[in-house]
Design a binder for this molecule. Structure first.
Ligand code: NAD
Length: 479
């Protein structure tokens, strides 16, 4: 596929392409252009040219169009899901689910748009009034990672478009195809040219060119903390607004009075979703010693029910996206094994027919993990969970918070007072108590500490694409 600029397909200026591989078997799915600084410029110029008219489009019309785009996504869900499945390797039900969630997010952004209001403070003298209104920021650059290409894009794109901003999106090198197809679908649904452009290429080249360019007023980024810091440093030159959704190393605390069956099921479902390639997944667990062995047994049983989906086959977990992502799970598992941890299940690359050509790693539970092991210190972004006993849940809380990250936390505790104290003590942007349901599209999502800056989703997301403006009126009051 080519890039999607100014309402049409565009091969870019570099004359070179990069391949998109199917992580299940390493086969070539397609190629995309390696975008250059000149392509970044062309995309930004297109978005800038479209901004004036899009900003002037009444909110009701922008909302109606957003709803039409969401409906078009649903109508063409299989087409999008086929591309997601091919570029990401995730089993098909999860790919279809991502389309549903992304379309739902767009609807929520649209509904929030209708609720936006300007305000007028009271108490001013006759002949003076102040209206506090909100303007769209302008052109937005949306840079996304590989793991949920459409949902993570929609947190940015849906909010920005409804707010009246125009967008240049730069998807991850591994998974650009679903984003490109989305641009075509939105264009065919009636979104004016230039409102949503998609460029492809590397973060170091076209990504950096987008971030340093003077046109964009905001960079909305989801990805690793290292890239987030590089982007923040580059964006400061022109004081661009930033939303950064970065890495996590999220902890769960299991108290002795917890419903252990529910806790084990929740951790299994959540910790291994998308083969663990998931920023706010459970990555480490601190369990009160009294129930440690019981909990391990239950967690091992629920995890044992998960299956790997071989190339072309069905199952719960697909392959990891690439060698770099695979290497972390592999290294953390060997490190823990060498330092004396108990590997309850998994721990080594899956091999055999259907697995040999992809980076398949089975769900892995590392018990008796200690603080000198990488699993308790670094984000995995793969299907590995470290588990350690603690004397009290509050010791677990201290260790949970002893991290540069602060994305999410999880507490399992029947005693509501104690559970609430633990939730309130967690240094994390989102905390779950007693089960892990899907994050609400209406609730703010984002990280504390080095997990990010700002919040996405719901009205919080839409508002982050708007800027306050105070308009002071003076007029003659009629006698
Ligand atoms: P990554 O940081 O390597 O890449 C993400 C995107 O940033 C890609 O599109 C890449 O091309 C681009 N990029 C990289 N360096 C850049 C630069 N200097 N300038 C401009 N663009 C640049 O991340 P990844 O490996 O694709 O994803 C995994 C990471 O993403 C994990 O750390 C994970 O925790 C994080 N993540 C966070 C959230 C969240 O909401 N907090 C969600 C999903 C993933």
């Amino acid at each position: 596929m080519d890039m999607f600029l100014d309402g049409q397909w565009d091969a870019g200026t570099s004359g070179t392409v990069m391949t998109v591989l199917n992580p299940q078997d390493g086969s070539v799915v397609d190629t995309v252009p390696v975008g250059s600084a000149a392509d970044a410029e062309a995309a930004l110029m297109s978005a800038n040219a479209a901004f004036g008219q899009w900003k002037a489009t009444p909110m009701s019309a922008r909302v109606a169009l957003a709803k039409t785009c969401a409906a078009a996504m649903r109508a063409r869900a299989q087409e999008l899901a086929d591309l997601l499945h091919a570029e990401l390797g995730r089993p098909m039900p999860g790919c279809l689910g991502e389309i549903t969630n992304a379309a739902g997010m767009l609807d929520v952004c649209a509904e929030e748009g209708l609720r936006l209001t300007a305000t007028m403070p009271l108490g001013q003298p006759a002949g003076e009034r102040t209206i506090v209104t909100r303007d769209p920021l302008g052109v937005v650059v949306a840079i996304t990672p590989f793991n949920y290409p459409l949902v993570l894009l929609m947190f940015k794109l849906g909010a920005a478009l409804v707010a009246g901003c125009t967008v240049v999106a730069k998807p991850a090198e591994d998974t650009p195809l679903s984003t490109l197809k989305l641009a075509e679908i939105f264009h065919e649904a009636g979104l004016p040219k230039g409102c949503f452009n998609v460029v492809t290429g590397t973060g170091a080249e076209i990504g950096a060119a987008l971030v340093t360019h003077p046109i964009p007023r905001k960079i909305a980024f989801t990805g690793g903390t290292a890239a987030g810091k590089a982007i923040a440093t580059a964006a400061i030159g022109t004081l661009k607004r930033l939303t950064l959704e970065l890495g996590g190393h999220c902890a769960a605390i299991v108290c002795a009075d917890a419903d252990l069956d529910k806790a084990a099921a929740a951790v299994t479902r959540h910790g291994f979703a998308n083969t663990g390639q998931f920023c706010y997944r459970v990555n480490r667990i601190y369990v009160e010693r009294a129930v440690y062995e019981d909990f391990l047994a239950k967690l091992k049983a629920t995890t044992g029910l998960l299956t790997l989906a071989p190339a072309g086959g069905e199952g719960d977990l697909g392959p990891l996206i690439n060698q770099k992502i695979f290497a972390t799970s592999d290294r953390q598992s060997s490190d823990a094994r060498n330092k004396g941890a108990r590997i309850l299940c998994g721990g080594q690359r899956a091999t055999g027919e259907g697995f040999d050509q992809g980076y398949y790693f089975p769900p892995t539970l590392i018990a008796d993990a200690t603080d000198d092991m990488a699993i308790l210190q670094e984000e995995t972004f793969g299907p590995v969970i470290g588990i350690a006993p603690v004397d009290t849940a509050f010791d677990g809380l201290k260790r949970a918070n002893d991290s540069i990250y602060g994305l999410a936390g999880f507490v399992f505790c029947r005693d509501l007072a104690k559970g609430l104290a633990l939730c309130e003590g967690m240094e994390a942007g989102s905390v779950w108590l007693n089960d892990i349901q899907r994050g609400s599209p209406h609730a703010p999502f984002g990280g504390m500490k080095q997990s990010g800056i700002g919040r996405e989703k719901g009205r919080y997301g839409v508002e982050s694409y708007l800027e306050y403006k105070s308009i002071y009126l003076s007029y003659e009051v009629p006698e």
